[in-house]
Design a protein around this ligand. Structure first.
Ligand SMILES: *[C@@H]1O[C@H](CO)[C@@H](O)[C@H](O)[C@H]1NC(C)=O
Length: 237
């Protein structure tokens, strides 16, 4: 009976399921597996973007509509290969899943940050700035990659082109606090005291319930799913 209930759940989840916030929840990271959202990428207390070892992208989603984005892109310089330019971007905010499957990301405008460095073009200086880019994705799919047995998130960008696949790294997600990190934008309020207050409240929120996802776990759930479908089919006969 237990098995029957499980397989009903499984069938409902994968056959009838609309795109839903539950399947999106978690921290997803591109193949390099070096870029993850959370305090390892952006330190909001010191407003510091931390460069990962290799370029990549990461998105986190919560089941209740919050998201976080971490991007690290390196672009080759065709004239001097020892001089690539790099960009680090942090954004977070809320997302909305439309009934037609499109995904809308709305960042908290005051919190986004970008660090651009082009060592050979601007006197080796990096340019650090605010960043606010709402994003619209046409659709996405969540599935188990048949080769690696890993949960995969395939995002289709606004023009229908495929983003590089993202793999599930943490569930629940590894994220910074989802509320505004820099609650004010006004010059009159950017005193040291405010910063100290922000620091104290943030330090406590860093403790996260994120859990690393291992392939073993994915395999187990896949097996449960396959067995579930198997017994469901038997049950119908
Ligand atoms: C979904 O709806 C939005 C808003 O109406 C629209 O802009 C978008 O093109 C639709 N997406 C798809 C995949 O049809």
């Amino acid at each position: 009976m237990m098995n029957f209930a499980l397989c009903i759940l499984f069938v409902l989840r994968f056959v009838l399921a609309d795109p839903n916030m539950q399947e999106l929840s978690g921290t997803w990271s591109s193949k390099s597996n070096t870029v993850f959202t959370g305090p390892g990428f952006y330190d909001p207390v010191d407003e510091l973007l931390i460069e990962p070892d290799l370029p990549g992208i990461s998105y986190s989603f919560t089941e209740d509509g919050h998201y976080e984005e971490a991007l690290y892109r390196v672009t080759a310089n065709p004239r001097d290969h020892s001089c690539p330019s790099a960009v680090l971007i942090f954004q977070h905010g809320t997302y909305e899943l439309l009934t037609n499957g499109s995904l809308i990301l709305t960042p908290i405008a005051v919190d986004g940050r970008q660090l651009l460095s082009a060592p050979c073009t601007d006197d080796s200086k990096s340019v650090y700035s605010r960043y606010n880019q709402p994003t619209w994705f046409e659709k996405y799919q969540v599935y188990v990659d048949p080769y690696h047995g890993r949960w995969t998130l395939q995002i289709y960008q606004f023009d229908g082109s495929k983003m590089q696949p993202l793999y599930l790294a943490y569930r629940p997600p590894n994220m910074l606090p989802t509320s505004a990190l820099n609650p004010t934008d006004k010059a009159s309020e950017t005193g040291t005291s405010l910063r100290k207050r922000a620091r104290r409240s943030l330090e406590n929120q860093y403790r996260t319930s994120a859990t690393r996802v291992t392939s073993k776990e994915t395999w187990w759930w896949t097996a449960v799913g396959v067995l579930g479908v198997g017994s469901f089919v038997l049950f119908l006969k």
